[in-house]
Structure formats: C-alpha cells, structure tokens
Design a protein around this ligand. Structure first.
Ligand code: GCB
Length: 606
C-alpha cells in the first residue's frame, strides 16, 4: 500500500507553519536504569516534575552527544527524553493541524498532552501526525519524545549491543561496523503546521522533453475528499522571473502540461544557468464549496536516461566529479546547521564539483533544496550501511526506508539515482535474493531513475550487481590495502573498473577512494597520513580515471570524503576520519587545491 503524502510544509495563503525549534527540556534516565522513563511514564507530566535527575536545556535541532562535557551523554546507549510546551493559535481552529519531525535518530516515540501520538523508526527521514483532535486551540500543549539510539540486527543500519565489565560494573555498549559516529537526537526542525480540511496530500511530477517541448506529467492526491471528480484543480507553471507560462484548470487530479521553449534543468558546468527551477502552483478547490488549498512545488524540467555505458541528462552524457559527504559538524553533530549547509555548497562550487552522494543516509530537505537550485547532481542514498545477516525483518525495514526516501525526494531534479545501500556484504549467503527484492521494490516506486549501490565486495565475489542499473564501487588502494604503495593504484583501479563492466555490462563509477591526512603534517617522500601522501593518492587515481574515461563506460569519480568527520573511538582514527579534502571546520587541506585543478579542467573539457 502506498504511503500517504508528506510534502514539505510550505506556507501559502491556505497553510501556516510554526517552528518548534529552540531549547527543549531534556532528561537522561540513569545509566543503570535506562528504561525508567518508560516504566514510570515520564510523558504523563512535565519532565521537570520527574524526580530522576536534573532537566537540562537541549538545542533542537542538534545531536545531543557533543553539547555537554559529559562522556556519559556522548556515549549514552538507550532512550533520552525531550519535552516542549507550545501554543496552537486559536485562529487555526477551523484548520487541520500537523506535527512534523524532519529527522529523529533512531527510534522516536511521541506523546502529545500525555497521550501516545506516533512512533517512527529510522533516522534521516521525516514523519508527521495529524493532531487536530488532540490539541488545545488557543492554549498550552505539551509534546514529549523518547529518542532511542540503539541499533540492532534488524535496524537500518545494523548494530549490536554488548555487555562489558568496566570498573563500575557491567556496562552496555553499542557497537557498529560503519565508522561515522552514531549521533542521536532531534536532528532536524520540528514544525507545527496547518492545512485546510481538504488538502493537497501529495504531488508527483515526472518530466521529459519531446521535440524541444517540456512535458510535465503530474498527479495530485487530495486528502479529505473521496471523489477526485469533485476536485477542481488549477495548475500553473511559473518561471524563475515569476511569470505564468502555463495555466490549466481541470476536474480531477492528473494531467500533462506542455512548456514550449523550456529552460531546462541542467547540472553545473553544462549550462551558464544550472539548476533552473519553475514553480508548479497547485490550487485545489472542492466543487460547490469554499474549500481551497494552495501548494507551490519547485520543479525542474529535465530528462534522464541510462544505457549500458552512460547516464544522460537532456540527452547529454554525464561525467560525475563529486564527493561522498556526511551531515557532520563540530558540536552540532548531525544536527541541521544552515551555516554548514551553505558553506559546504560554496566549497563544492569552488572545487568545481558537480555531484555528491548522500552517504550514508538521506540528507535534509534543506540540503536538497540547495542542490536543486545550484544544479548539483545527487546520488540519494538510503540508510543501509554494511548490511549483513539478511533476514525478512531487515528486508522489511530496508524497503520501508526506500519507500520513505522516494516519497520525500521523488520530485527533485537534482536526484538522479537511488543508492539502495553502502557496502553490503554482497558475497554473503542470502545477498542475491535480498537485493533482488530491494531493487524490485525500488523499481515499483520509481522507474524514472537508475538504481545503484556502493559495493566494496571484490568484483568476482559479488552476487548483487546484476540487479543494478549502475555499478558504484568503493576501493582503498594504497590505504586499507597495500598502505604506503602509491605504485599499486593506477593499474588496479583500471582493471577493477573494467572487470565490473565486463561482468555486468553497466556504466561504472567509483563512489569512494581516498586517504586520511592530518592538516600540517608534511613529509617527503610522501608518507601515509601526510598531506603529500593524500595528494599522491589522488594523482595516481586521476591517471587511472583518465585512462578509463577514454573507454566509454566509466562515468564518474567520487572522492571520500568532502570533509573530515567524527567517528567512534578507535586507534585507526585520529580525532575522527580525516579523509576530507577539507577539514571538519571547512577549510582547505593541501589536496583540495590539487582536486580543484582537476575538477575545473574537466569542467572545461566537457
Ligand atoms: C568505507 C565506508 C566509509 C568509511 C570509509 C573509510 O568503505 O563506506 O563509510 O568512512 O570506508 O574511510 O574507512
């Protein structure tokens, strides 16, 4: 069954949005009794009345881990509690009211005025509930959340809980195989918003170009009315200069629009005006009533095709010059920070990139808005990392993550590929059937975009690539294998990419390669962890990519990573993963100037 819509809350003449961001009350259960909040029903009254510890103020959005100086809170395993009181304007009385969370990691349970409202598993994806019937209009309301960061074998991504003996007795530890820190908390904005009684629940837009004409196919889902023939829709396409270019009125909720001489959505460097966006203005009326809803969706007109050797936008083959990234910054952790979002895209422009992968989970709506607007190509990844021990329960959640991801991002012109996983154990028992099902599920949701996944399994052992449209591989020559041997990169990369293409007859890209470096650590001849070594590693890969590009099936290069990021504590990480070409505070390392030369010269060439 298809999920209900979850359009991003946008203000209009029929909709209001109120942010609940800011300081929330925050309480952590005692370390040896983490379930106490649930056992004692902490949601039943104000957290400040609970005699279990001191309520503190926690900023939302943010990860809670790095805000305080307590290692107990940084390394906390299990639920923590958030609470906020807010008012619902009395002027909203005749509206329907919704509460939306942009992302809570990992398992959220929400109570409103002491009553259970909803739960949501999986970080990085939004969820909302209608609260019209349980809210006090013109008065105080209280929302309480428990946020549990525990990852198990049937969560996406997976983890394990182990008991260890410490100086203070037995302690519970969360382990996981991926290296980014398992940040937790209310990571994105919390929005209270209103919609009319009958409202636009969802919009699906697909575009193509036929004989130079922009074709926009749209489908609108209305909520609050059963018969779509009782709906009258005005659909208008508005260009970037605010001029109406197409107007249509129809009974019903589906149709096709034609835009003559369209300004196409192009990625960066393929046009002087990349990221051109129109607005699809949808006005829904219910015939013979005064019910009306207005929603404005930014859209781009572009075509997307793929063959055995290439990916084409507007009929032109694409070569990706990109990065794997993280939503990660100092103190904020994984919390949405618009300053970092803006800076990251400034640096991506500066270095000449045209693409990134949302490794290893869906990024915020705000990030993707920027990608749409600036013309970055996005490989949109679901939160599956290092999948193993394949089970029906895991498969179910993995599919859910894709349903929720595609529901959220299906209309974005920047999103040109779905990545269904990062580095799953694709040689393990069960991987073949598992990924067959994941791909089938994804195709049912969206046939208009190719499917990929970043594979680290050696080519001859992989059992899942055959289901993909595009092969992405991650490989760390001269780092995890043959460290120090920069003379063992170029040939290996060329032959591996060729082998993937020979095996599956699909376009191939490299989705990760790189080396850690500590800013200011210099050594000649180049030595691992030095800035010189990071430059040399890149340089040898670039030689390989130039050879591969000439062969016609190799479609792109993604450096791991855009910026340094935090990891769990281990001796192979020095203050986190340092494979960034920028530091964690977004300043250039030596290698960034080198990458910039290449990416910009490729831009001219294409
Ligand atoms: C990988 C992972 C990525 C890690 C990276 C590394 O293969 O996909 O999440 O951060 O290696 O640097 O170890």
């Amino acid at each position: 069954t298809p999920l209900p819509g979850l359009l991003f809350p946008r203000e209009s003449e029929t909709r209001e949005v109120k942010s609940l961001d800011g300081f929330w009350d925050f309480l952590v259960p005692p370390i040896n009794d983490v379930q106490r909040g649930h056992i004692q029903s902490w949601y039943a009254e104000n957290l400040s009345k609970v005699k279990a510890g001191k309520v503190m103020q926690m900023p939302v959005p943010s990860s809670y881990n790095d805000i305080t100086v307590s290692s107990n809170l940084r390394d906390h395993v299990g639920p923590v509690w958030y609470e906020k009181t807010f008012f619902v304007p009395s002027s909203w009385k005749h509206k329907r009211v919704f509460l939306r969370f942009g992302s809570v990691n990992y398992l959220a349970q929400v109570w409103l005025n002491g009553k259970f409202l909803m739960s949501h598993e999986m970080g990085h994806l939004p969820f909302e509930a209608e609260i019209t019937s349980c809210v006090t209009f013109g008065g105080k309301n209280r929302v309480t959340l428990s946020v549990d960061n525990i990852l198990l074998q049937n969560s996406v991504p997976q983890g394990k809980i182990v008991d260890l003996l410490s100086d203070n007795g037995t302690i519970r530890i969360q382990t996981y195989t991926f290296d980014f820190f398992n940040y937790a908390g209310i990571h994105r904005s919390v929005l209270l918003h209103s919609k009319p009684k009958v409202f636009i629940d969802d919009i699906t837009v697909k575009t193509e170009i036929v004989n130079g004409i922009g074709i926009i196919r749209y489908k609108i889902e209305a909520n609050g009315i059963k018969n779509s023939n009782a709906c009258l829709c005005d659909i208008n396409v508005i260009n970037a200069d605010n001029q109406y270019v197409v107007n249509e009125s129809l009974i019903g909720t589906e149709g096709v629009l034609e835009v003559a001489l369209p300004n196409l959505w192009w990625p960066r460097t393929m046009s002087d005006n990349p990221g051109y966006l129109y607005t699809l203005e949808v006005i829904l009326r219910v015939i013979n009533t005064s019910e009306c809803d207005v929603y404005r969706l930014p859209i781009g007109i572009r075509s997307l095709k793929w063959t055995e050797t290439s990916l084409l936008i507007n009929e032109k083959p694409i070569y990706f010059r990109g990065f794997g990234r993280h939503e990660d910054s100092a103190i904020r952790g994984r919390g949405l920070d618009l300053v970092t979002v803006a800076r990251d895209h400034e640096l991506l422009k500066w270095v000449g990139a045209n693409a990134y992968r949302t490794s290893h989970y869906p990024y915020s709506d705000e990030v993707l808005d920027v990608a749409d607007r600036l013309g970055f190509l996005v490989i949109d990844e679901c939160p599956s990392v290092d999948a193993e021990n394949y089970s029906p329960a895991l498969l179910k959640k993995h599919k859910e993550s894709l349903s929720e991801l595609i529901r959220r991002d299906k209309n974005r012109p920047s999103v040109i590929m779905w990545s269904i996983a990062n580095e799953p154990r694709t040689s393990h028992y069960g991987a073949d059937d598992y990924f067959k099902r994941v791909v089938h599920h994804t195709k049912q949701l969206d046939k208009s975009r190719p499917i990929t996944m970043s594979i680290a399994t050696p080519c001859d052992e992989d059992n899942a690539g055959k289901y993909l449209d595009i092969i992405s591989f991650n490989r760390y020559n001269a780092w995890y294998s043959n460290p120090g041997r920069i003379d063992m990169i170029t040939k290996k990369i060329v032959s591996e990419a060729q082998n993937w293409h020979i095996k599956y007859k699909k376009p191939v890209l490299i989705s990760e390669y790189g080396a850690d470096s500590i800013t200011g650590l210099h050594e000649l001849p180049e030595y691992i962890w030095s800035e010189e070594y990071q430059v040399e590693i890149m340089s040898k890969h670039f030689e390989a990519f130039d050879q591969l590009k000439a062969q016609g099936f190799f479609i792109g290069e993604f450096i791991w990573n855009f910026a340094d990021f935090k990891t769990a504590q281990t001796y192979i990480r020095v203050g986190g993963n340092k494979k960034g070409i920028f530091t964690r505070d977004r300043q250039p390392k030596m290698v960034s100037h080198f990458v910039r030369k290449r990416y910009n010269s490729l831009n001219i060439e294409l």
